[in-house]
Every structure is written in C-alpha cells, then in structure tokens.
Design a binder for this molecule. Structure first.
Ligand code: 13P
Length: 248
C-alpha cells in the first residue's frame, strides 16, 4: 500500500502561500508515498494548477452531500473535482463541533464524494472527557459505524484519519501504545465491515504531528500516514514529515 502524507490547511492560506507549495514540490519531486494538501476552497484550483505534473495531490476540506442546488455557501464534490481536487476531508472534528455535523451527514457526504470520484478521508476521534471516561474505543466504533459508507468501493477510495480531539493543535499526542491500540481497533472494524480487502485501506493518525514525532508514529502497525494541520502550512515543516513517511 502507498502511504499518505496529507496536510489540512484549515482556514489558513492565501495566494502568497502557493510559494510554500512550490517549495514542497521542489523538496519532493517524486516520492514513494502519496503527498496531499487540502487548502481552503478558495485555493483548491490555484493549488491544483501549481501541482500539475508533480507528486502532490490536492483536496478539499468538506463537501455538500448534494451535487448542486440551493445551498448558499456550500460546494459539492463535483465542484471539487472540477477545481482539480482528488480527495476531500470529511467529518473533521472542527466541522462536527462548529457545524454540528452528525455521523449520518458525514456518511452522506462520503457517499457523494466517492460517487464524484474523490477519495474520502473520514475523520474520527474522541474528546479528552471521553478518553478519561475510558470510552475511546466505543466512541471511535460508533463514529465508524455511523460515518462510513455501506460500500468501501476501492480500498484506496476511502481513508480513515484518527484524530483525538484533544491532540489537535495542542502539542499533545497519545502515547505510541494508545495510537497503536486505536489503529488496531479501526483496522478490525473496517475488515469486519468490508472484508479482507480493507487490509489495504489507509489509516492516518492526526493531532500534533511534527517532524520530531513523525518517524515514531509512522513505525507503528496500522499507521499508514498522517493528517497534519499546523505543520503542513510551511514546506520546511511538512517536507521532513513526508521524508519520514518515505523511510517508514
Ligand atoms: P494539528 O496537526 O495542527 O494538530 O492538526 C491536526 C488536524 O486537525 C489535521 O486535520
């Protein structure tokens, strides 16, 4: 399986930030892993243009479950494809919290994204209170049950990102054993749901990944890459994470 180093720019970046994309492409003209950046919607088309012919793919951070219609402010999966995207992040904890996205809505978006030809990166993760209450695996299991599509389609058309909410943007991470435990649980859940082919589905870890902790996380079983926030904004921070994944 090709591993995936994915960056989520969140609500950051303007045209000037495309210089970082050029620097990243120059640092990794060809890689043995897949490299993806998901900028704000305003930059998808321009970033895709910069990335043409390079090792970098471009994705969105959300899409609507419908293909078109009266949904002011939203964009559809087809529109992301039209802008040059190949992936879309769905069900990020910030969207679940800020926009009250439910598992059922995330599932509907995932189905729409795959139907449009996008690879869906579905995010799951527990809050600190849920972890402290010993509910981590149950919470993740429930999110997977409710958010994943009934069919996997190709194993490479669906990616799961495990992002503990309390580790996002905090500099804190679970222990390596805790990451391995959750990833093993997710692997078992997707094999149970989709069959043995889900062995080939990529499971990403996200939450305060940086160059200094990437190699240890990537060495864990069932960790097939990362979804990186803050450290994906600058090529100088993201390129070493991509390098660590190519060596994992
Ligand atoms: P940070 O890497 O900034 O913790 O963000 C992780 C994340 O939410 C990626 O989607």
């Amino acid at each position: 399986m090709r591993k995936l180093a994915a960056g989520n720019w969140k609500m950051n970046g303007s045209a000037a930030a495309l210089a970082e994309v050029k620097a990243l492409i120059a640092a990794h003209p060809a890689t043995s892993c897949d490299m993806l950046l998901c900028p704000p919607a305003t930059l998808v088309a321009r970033m895709a243009e910069v990335a043409t012919g390079s090792a970098l793919s471009v994705g969105g951070q959300d899409c609507h479950a419908q293909g078109s219609g009266a949904h002011t402010g939203d964009i559809s999966a087809q529109m992301l494809v039209d802008a040059g995207a190949s992936h879309v992040i769905l069900g990020h904890s910030e969207r679940r919290a800020d926009h009250l996205e439910t598992d059922a809505l995330v599932q509907a978006k995932t189905i729409a994204a795959q139907a449009a030809g996008l690879t869906a990166i579905v995010c799951v993760g527990e809050t600190e209170a849920q972890r402290d209450a010993g509910k981590t695996l149950a919470v993740i299991g429930g999110q997977l049950d409710g958010s994943l599509p009934p069919d996997m389609n190709r194993p490479d058309a669906l990616v799961i990102a495990y992002e503990p909410v309390w580790a996002i943007g905090t500099g804190r991470t679970p222990t390596l054993d805790e990451v391995a435990e959750v990833h093993a649980h997710i692997r078992a859940a997707v094999i149970n749901r989709y069959g043995a082919a889900a062995q080939g589905m990529r499971l990403l870890y996200g939450g305060s990944v940086k160059a200094s902790n990437a190699a240890a996380i990537f060495a864990l079983p069932n960790v097939d890459g990362a979804l990186v926030g803050g450290a994906s904004l600058k090529a100088a921070d993201f390129a070493p994470i991509v390098a660590a994944l190519t060596q994992a």
